[in-house]
Design a protein around this ligand. Structure first.
Ligand SMILES: C[S@@+](CC[C@H](N)C(=O)[O-])C[C@H]1O[C@@H](n2cnc3c(N)ncnc32)[C@H](O)[C@@H]1O
Length: 298
């Protein structure tokens, strides 16, 4: 897919979800631009200090969309593409369990990855994603982003590989990994910036998740400063480490001028009280991913 069209699609999908989210709370009288500004600052401060934000605060999913969603979609896409390269050609159905799915960045990234795989003549027939997240707020925002994304794809990209990918992806949202049905074939386990070894004692729980889900391969990402701890905390098999890529800096506008890829999102952020962020999405993709597989797929 043309990278400019892809960035514009993602920017507009996120902007549209943000408008829908804020409109809902404005109509119920709960939204205030001053509170949004303060909550946005606190959210970024929490993440900077590796403190878990309050994902049940109504402003936090909105701030997440503004500051992280685009970068995370791109990071997930790069990582999933690497996993896809290790897929056996006869494996046309993939199940993904996405731990800490947040606002469904992995679902959108998977759709983009499926479309590109199809364009290369390596179709994936179906993907089923189980999104595990304890925050209903983040999951609802994920649904908003997904619906906006699908709406644009089905009107502007008809009969394209992307439209086909949208038709061939199904998902469910659950709040705990124990709700995941244990089907032990061809499952990828992903966790994008959801597991921080110094805030969770995940060793025991990770072993339980692995036993329950039996993933064939997967990817965990975290901030690059935490990668060493992640390595120590998890018994990765057949590990390969990799980074992501950088989100391009500018895209051309309809009048020929170039603008940052977060143009629409930044406009809405400003209107709703958040700090304006007209720059490329923050992406911690450098050396932040550990890809692994249980059957030496790499
Ligand atoms: C930084 S966000 C990342 C979201 C998404 N993976 C992405 O890349 O955009 C972390 C998410 O993990 C979720 N989370 C954290 N701990 C969790 C747990 N123990 N069980 C389920 N979800 C969890 C949070 O609710 C939040 O939505």
């Amino acid at each position: 897919m043309d990278p400019n069209a892809e960035q514009s699609l993602l920017d507009r999908s996120c902007a549209s979800a943000l408008i829908r989210w804020a409109t809902f709370y404005q109509n119920s009288g709960a939204w205030s631009n001053d509170a949004a500004y303060n909550a946005g600052r606190k959210f970024r401060g929490d993440l900077f200090r590796f403190r878990k934000p309050n994902y049940e605060d109504l402003y936090v999913p909105a701030a997440y969309i503004i500051h992280y969603q685009l970068g995370h979609i791109y990071m997930a896409k790069v990582a999933l593409e690497r996993l896809n390269q290790s897929r056996k050609p006869d494996q046309k159905f993939i199940r993904i369990v996405d731990f800490g799915a947040g606002a469904s960045a992995c679902r959108i990234a998977t759709t983009l990855m499926m479309a590109e795989s199809l364009e290369r003549g390596q179709p994936i027939d179906n993907v089923y994603i189980v999104e595990v997240d304890e925050s209903r707020f983040m999951q609802s925002m994920g649904e908003f982003v997904w619906q906006a994304f699908v709406g644009i794809v089905l009107t502007e990209f008809t009969n394209s590989p992307l439209a086909q990918a949208v038709e061939n992806i199904a998902s469910i949202q659950v709040s705990h990994w124990r709700s995941v049905l244990a089907i032990k074939t061809n499952t990828w386990l992903t966790a994008f910036h959801a597991i921080y070894p110094d805030t969770y004692d995940m060793r025991t729980e990770a072993a339980q998740i692995f036993n329950h889900i039996s993933p064939t391969m997967g990817v965990f990402t975290c901030h690059s400063r935490k990668l060493e701890k992640m390595r120590e905390a998890f018994p990765f098999h057949n590990r390969r480490e990799g980074g992501g890529g950088f989100y391009p800096r500018f895209i051309p506008g309809p009048d020929g001028k170039v603008f940052p890829p977060t143009f629409h999102l930044a406009e809405q952020a400003k209107r709703l009280g958040f700090r304006n962020q007209r720059r490329r999405p923050f992406l911690q993709a450098k050396d932040c991913a550990i890809l692994w597989g249980s059957e030496n797929p790499f």
